[in-house]
Each structure stands twice: as structure tokens, then as C-alpha cells.
Design a protein around this ligand. Sequence first.
Ligand SMILES: [Zn+2]
Length: 393
Amino acid sequence: MGANELLAELAGIGSTPSGGYSRLAWDPATMQLREWFVGQASALGLEVTEDGNGNQVAWWGHGPDALLVGSHLDSVPDGGPLDGPLGVTSALAAVGQLKAEGWQPTRPIAVANFTDEEGARFGVACLGSRLATGAIATDHALGLKDAAGDTLAEVMAARGRDPRRAGPSAWLADVKYYVELHVEQGRWLAPHHAPVGVASAIWPHGRWRLDFCGQGNHAGATAMVDRYDPMLTYAATVLAARELALDSGHRATIGRVQVEPGSTNSIPSRVTAWLDARAESGPGLENLVAGLIERAQVAARDDGTTVEVRAESITGAVDFDPELRHRLAALLDAPVLPTGAGHDAGILAAKLPTAMLFVRNPTGISHAPQESASTDDIDAGVDALVRVVRELA
Ligand SMILES: [Zn+2]
């Protein structure tokens, strides 16, 4: 089956009324997707394994120096159909095509479905690959809580997984290269008239939790001058984030907020917001976040509130293996572009030569239902992946 047909099979899983998808780690939708992955990979004659972190890996052959291809099947809440699934379906389609041609690899080939790439449930992106590579302390990861207050350990146990098996994964020692195909995020390939590109680097990025605290009180009985309203400090911080990111050419987003008590006729006592910040360089990111914290503190003093900032995850700049990148760009005659988004490939790049292929996204929209790629471009992505597998394996 081609990637377009495989994607069509996933259309009903975790779909939302807006036409998008909500597929969060270990939820019913991703459990269904995991089963689907096992079925598809098995039908291709691959041997499906699952490590202690929930990462699924389907093997064509065994032994060291394997070529790993794949991506993830989870999404952000109300995300699009392709961020993640395009890479997994393209990898399965490429393996299916090579097998049908009777081609024999010279090294093992494995297809990965990494768990919880988006970090939408437990707050840390690329949780599956971070655990597998040891990039996050296992105990810390297992103690992360979702919105319902359940820890990762509890959620995994409820799904029949033994959390004591979580942590650095032995199978990664058998992997020589990882190539992740992904839908383009942002709009670079369309103006360059290219269906497929090769990634150069991932910007450093991170997530910070901001807690603004004040005094909860009555919306009618409390004079405006007598208030200690954390919503004001929060609002000033959102505006400052935009201003600082614009001035520096970087990215800052506050896309998630919780208000206590969250009542229309109450001044809030606490506002918690999450900042996603990304920059071209590590120092650029540090400056952006330090500048924003300073602005938030100034606003808090003016408002008689407090602000506390805690980093939840920070990922340094990732430069994909230059030799591999040049080899693939030459092989595919494809342009090379940077990415502002994080990926499992960025986590694995610290351990082994890693590359990414991007498939043109005509609107550039991602993490939203409108994310798209044409069926022709999806076929072109599989074609590129087939050539890459032939070249490397
Ligand atoms: Zn992704």
C-alpha cells in the first residue's frame, strides 16, 4: 500500500469535530494506532517489538548497524493528519515497495513509531526518544503528570506496561542511522518549488511554566485600585513575549493557560501559562527567555503580584550529521532547509548520524487541522525515502 492509502486507513482514529485529530500518548486513539502499526508491519513480514518506553520498532532483519526510519503517530490536541503519521506511513510504504521489488538490504532496516513525540500529555516533547536515549532521567519522566493528575508510570501500568522497564533502550545500540520523514512545518519548500527537502538543523527550543499569583477576590466588591490581579501580569507577559520575539527574529508562544478559580465574577488568584520559545542559537534563546522573565517581574511588581518561572524542558541546537545531510541532498537533488520544530530525530542526533526529509506543506500550517500535503508530494516523499533506503542499506 502507498502512504496515501495507509493515511486513509487512519482517517477515523482520534478525529475531532473540527476535522483535525487528538491523539495523545496512551489514550484510546493512540492505542488503536499502535495496534494498527503492529498489523501493518506484521503484514509486511516485519517483526514488531516494543521497548520499555512504549516505542514500537518493526524489524526487517536483525543485527548491528541497522537503518532506522519512521516517526510518530501521536498528535497535539486538534492537530493535523500528517505531523507524525506521514513519516510512519511513508516508512511502511517504502519498505513494502522495496520488498515487492525483491530488493535485499545489506543491513537490517527498522521502522519506528516513537511514543509521545508531541509531549501533549505529560508536558515534555519527544518523551519516548528521550527515555530511549537517556536524555531524560527515567524517574523524573515516570513522575510527570498529565492534566488528570496521573503520572506516566500510572498511565503506562494501566495500559499493561511495566514502568520498571522504562529507561535507556538496548535496541538503539543496533542502529547506525536514523532518517525521519516529516511533513514540512512552516512554508519554505513551496516558494522553492521543491516537493522534498533535507533538514540542516533544528533550532534550540524549550518550554517554561509561568505561575502568576495574586489575591483572589470579588469582581464587584473590590475597587480597581485594591486589586492584585495576576491576569494583568500574565497579559503583560504575553504582549512582551511577542515584542521580544519580533525584535530578535525568534519565536515565543503562550498557547496554554489555566486560571484559578476560573470564575467570571472572581478576580483570579492564580494564572498558570506555558511558554514555548525557540531561537536560532542557544544564547539567542537564553536572551529571549531572560528578557521575558525580567519583563514579567517588572509587571508583577506594578500589579502587586508574583511570578515564578520554571523550565520544563530545554533542547539545545541540533545540527544534523553534515556528511549524511550532504549525501542525501545530493542523492535526491533536494534543497536543504532549517526547522523551527523539534523532532525525535533531534534527540537521536546526539547519539548517531541522523537526517530528516521534509515533504512540502503548501500552506505551511501545522499543529492544526489545516495541515496538508498533496497526494503527489506524499508519493514523492515515499519515492525519496525508497532512494535513501537503497543508498544507506
Ligand atoms: Zn512530528
